[in-house]
Design a protein around this ligand. Structure first.
Ligand code: NOJ
Length: 528
């Protein structure tokens, strides 16, 4: 294998801890459960696990409201469970990435309890407090992500505090050096315990406009979109001063060997790439959500691939994501047949892939009956913005509880879980799981597919094609992003044999010149 660092070579697997594996029958996944599934993850072939927040939390936003950054939420287990998990992960040569939620705490965090206790409390300035506007209303027009004003009135001290998300999630004031110092110590606490890096929640939110100016209206807003989209978050996010904070975070991880920062950043490409840092001294992987956000259209995807490659700073390493706990699952967005093509794209594009748990078995979003709704966004704003459908329990076995729990699961299990589960799919060479595992195996065996050079071959209608190359080994990836049969003409000098099709058969078939692709077919071709 090549010399490249693990996070360039490797594949990240995201675990939503409430839904991966329950070990104690309370219907909620936990750390012991994750530990008991490491064999599976190793068999699948992923390199690193990112676990969504496991810290003490009142669960207003399911762990993204942290009340103690340095302790494990009892529903997930204990610090001993965590230490045992990380030891086992490392013993398998794998890495563990934690979710770091620096933008806001829980309203129950002792820092906030102090901060709201009086205007003169030493922690007052750890959060963002502001006097009312002259009319007594909120200081400005900023809208919270889950709807409504981003400002909450505090009767006792007669000021508003800002919360980019729920009112139970007050934003920290990252302009305050004491906040930075405290949060950097939180990072060191986990780095000292051996974690290999952090996925940093809403990295682009950390600093707000010093003058708290109103956000401008969004000219592209249309009904059906959440209220937060009615404004362009110009003054509340992506402020120039945020980069200094990210550089400081990076300096903390750089006190240790080969640790990584993955930034959660929803911005257009030209803004996103600024989070690599002018001197590649910010996040190693600012999450690239284009495949999540784009329509599944060959032209759009093709432009995304190439615009992204062109926008990357010198030495900046790309990354790709298909789904996560905030967005509808890929199999639901584009259908199961195309999800196979998408998986081939994810695992052959240049850059570190992040695989969302369950996508490897073609899990779909699950409709959640009203009485089972958990996500606060589903109830805080009219519309259908709830994220429960993509957070349902992992499907392991064809039996009640799906092998996920012996109790009542916290969210309903998919009605088709008996057909789409690990036990069934692992024995079926045509399953999504077999395809994913084979793609991972090939990616691990051939550095061309992980760290190799990328070159565009071209697009013809629904078909996109590119090359990957490393030390004389070359592959072509040809993907039909449509459901109809298509022909793609490989350029002169690009010929070889099919290594893998997303559909059955064709392995070892000669490929060169005019290449027929079935609907929903992707081909990986080893060039001779
Ligand atoms: C982004 C997280 O991914 C999402 O789940 C959460 O609700 C918000 N940040 C607030 O932390």
């Amino acid at each position: 294998m090549t010399e490249e660092v693990w996070w360039k070579r490797g594949i990240v697997y995201q675990i939503y801890p409430r839904s991966f594996q329950d070990s104690d029958g309370d219907g909620i996944g936990d750390l012991k459960g994750i530990r008991s599934r490491l064999d599976y993850l190793q068999w699948l072939g992923v390199d690193a696990i990112w676990i969504s927040p496991i810290f003490v939390s009142p669960m207003a936003d399911f762990g993204y409201d942290v009340a103690d950054y340095c302790a494990i939420e009892p529903v997930f287990g204990t610090m001993e469970d965590f230490d045992a998990l990380i030891a086992d992960v490392h013993a398998r040569g794998m890495k563990l990435i934690l979710d770091f939620v620096p933008n806001h705490t829980s309203e129950q965090h002792p820092w906030f309890l102090e901060s709201r206790s009086s205007r003169t409390n030493p922690k007052r300035d750890w959060y963002i407090w502001h006097d009312p506007a002259p009319d007594g209303g909120p200081p400005n027009n900023w809208v919270a992500f889950f709807g409504g004003s981003g400002w909450e009135w505090d009767e006792k001290t007669g000021q508003y505090y800002y919360h980019a998300y729920l009112r139970e999630q007050p934003d920290l004031n990252w302009r305050n050096p004491a906040v930075r110092a405290a949060m950097f110590n939180v990072m060191r606490f986990w780095l000292d315990r051996g974690v290999d890096g952090f996925r940093v929640d809403v990295m682009w939110h950390l600093i707000k406009d010093a003058e708290f100016r109103d956000n401008p209206p969004n000219p592209d807003y249309r009904s059906g979109l959440p209220e937060v989209a009615s404004l362009v978050a110009f003054y509340s996010t992506d402020r120039p001063e945020v980069h200094e904070v990210v550089r400081e975070m990076r300096a903390v991880t750089d006190e240790y060997d080969e640790r990584i920062l993955i930034g959660e950043i929803y911005l257009p490409i030209d803004r996103l790439v600024t989070y690599y840092g002018e001197h590649l001294d910010e996040a190693q992987l600012p999450f690239n959500f284009q495949l999540v956000e784009d329509g599944w259209d060959a032209e759009e995807i093709w432009n995304s691939l190439n615009d992204y490659e062109a926008a990357l700073p010198n030495g900046g390493w790309p990354n790709w994501v298909l789904s996560n706990h905030d967005k509808p699952r890929v199999a639901t967005r584009i259908g199961r047949p195309q999800a196979r093509v998408a998986m081939m794209l994810l695992l052959t594009a240049r850059g570190t892939p992040t695989l969302y748990y369950g996508d490897e078995i073609a899990m779909e979003n699950v409709a959640i009956p009203e009485q089972h709704v958990q996500d606060p966004w589903q109830t805080s704003e009219p519309g259908d913005f709830g994220r429960d459908p993509q957070r349902t329990p992992m499907q392991w076995e064809p039996r009640p509880g799906s092998g996920f729990t012996s109790g009542a699961p916290w969210l309903p299990i998919a009605p088709d879980a008996a057909d789409y589960c690990v036990a069934r799919e692992s024995g079926d060479p045509a399953s999504m799981l077999s395809l994913t595992r084979r793609l991972i195996e090939l990616r691990r065996a051939h550095p061309a597919l992980s760290v190799g050079r990328y070159a565009a071959l071209g697009r013809d209608g629904d078909v996109i094609a590119f090359l990957r190359e490393h030390e004389g080994e070359r592959f072509a990836v040809v993907l039909n992003l449509g459901a109809k049969q298509r022909c793609f003409v490989l350029p002169d000098g690009v010929a070889g044999t099919v290594t893998l099709s997303t559909l059955d058969g064709r392995e070892d078939e000669a490929a060169g010149g005019a290449l027929d692709l079935r609907g929903d077919e992707g081909l990986l071709i080893r060039l001779g």
